[in-house]
Design a protein around this ligand. Structure first.
Ligand SMILES: [Fe+2]
Length: 211
């Protein structure tokens, strides 16, 4: 398969993304022009700081995926699951396979490993969203090692590759995917391609991901 953006918030009127209904098709064509032929929409869920319009999600996804398919693009509905203190972790898995998760920045959630283990036991592959942000995680931390032993994949944001904050992970060979985390910035699709061209090993890994 070609390249996929596994993390973005570009479905109109769903969460804190700011792509309008009118500009959505332009955003899709910018992805296509950049050689990114698949997009996973990952609206925030269970995030205490972002309200998501979950009731409209399926209908909006249907509208978006039909438009994308007319343009020869593949789309997937997923979610960005905030792991807080909720009793049970539920996500919308991308292609029934990948569960994108995010955390608070200062401290890891309680009982993180056993809780994620449950998702892993359900057959899901965990993707750790924008790892460069978490102050409690580093390329050498035992927590990262434990997460990776659950098969968790490491995602960094395009912006973090550009500003260097993702470099410790990239230079350690720990990054499995770069994604835009796009909330409406039309320059991000071409920037995603540009940073992947600088990190061909990550590019290769992403092309090998099964969807
Ligand atoms: Fe995000």
């Amino acid at each position: 398969m070609g390249l996929c953006d596994f993390h973005c918030h570009i479905l109109p009127q769903i969460d804190d993304g700011y792509v309008s209904v009118e500009s959505f098709s332009r955003m899709l064509s910018l992805y296509k022009e950049s050689g990114i032929s698949s997009i996973a929409f990952t609206p925030h869920i269970y995030n205490p700081y972002v309200k998501a319009n979950v009731g409209s999600l399926r209908e909006t996804f249907k509208w978006a995926s039909e438009m994308a398919s007319d343009m020869g693009m593949m789309t997937y509905l997923g979610s960005e699951l905030f792991v807080g203190d909720q009793p049970e972790l539920k996500c919308i898995p991308i292609a029934d396979t990948y569960c994108l998760v995010e955390f608070g920045l200062a401290l890891p959630p309680a009982n993180l490993i056993p809780r994620l283990e449950k998702l892993h036991d359900e057959g899901l592959t965990i993707i750790l969203a924008h790892v460069e942000r978490y102050r409690w995680l580093s390329p050498t931390s035992s927590m990262l090692e434990r997460l990776r032993s659950l098969g968790a994949l490491v995602q960094v944001n395009v912006e973090a590759v550009e500003d260097g904050s993702a470099l410790p992970y990239l230079e350690s060979g720990l990054v499995d995917l770069v994604a835009t985390d796009n909330h409406g910035d039309e320059t991000l699709p071409s920037r995603m391609l540009a940073v992947l061209n600088e990190w061909p090993k990550v590019y290769e890994k992403m092309e090998g991901m099964i969807l």
